[in-house]
Design a protein. Sequence first.
Length: 250
Amino acid sequence: MSPTRAPRPAPTAAALHELAGSLIVSCQALPGEALHGSEIMARMARAAVEGGARAVRVNSPEDVEAVRQAVAVPVIGLWKDGETGVYITPTLAHARRIAEAGADLVALDATTRPRRDGLTLAETIEALHRLGVGVLADVSTHEEGTAAEAAGADAVATTLSGYTEHSTAQQGPDFALIASLAPALTVPLIAEGRIGTPDEAARALSLGAHAVVVGGAITRPASITRRFAATVREQSVRSAATHPAQEHSA
């Protein structure tokens, strides 16, 4: 570490230490979705905490502000701006606004893709650390994870695995990435991405993850309903084929 580099914020280190072995719930709803709105997300976060979440992950300054007032647990804030390329907290200005909204930790894209403001990941993290703001680095590959730690990230998350051109798309969690990154890092590794069941969350922890983020499987009722509805339809078709309606003569 360079002698001129700002130290990692002590409150961030303490908060991350307290999250060891815990569940973090991602409470997000995008514009156009039925649950979109800061008041609703604040209630969602409260429900998650009541259920045992030890921290929440929240999108947008407005939602971070509302959730910060609603819960006492750590708030991991981010700002999704756009839909392609680097869109998770894509600039230092985005990150500063999320911190000002009350986030305890700012999550941002830490892939090898260029950031919109032209700053490097290390420059962005350094600027945030000088403001006393901790950084959770969202990555998609092993190399990005180790590079993020070298750049000064306080924690690394597997959030973007399967969503960049450098990683392989897959249906479930990237357990291989969790297993390879956990022993390679000295900062906490947060498992995130397509974790859909308690067993998958437990497996991520068994592979060395410091904590686990679950989102859609808990906080997206439309997606959850869609899964149930699809399974019910499939079973209905199978049942109809196996037990065709009987014709009864009058």
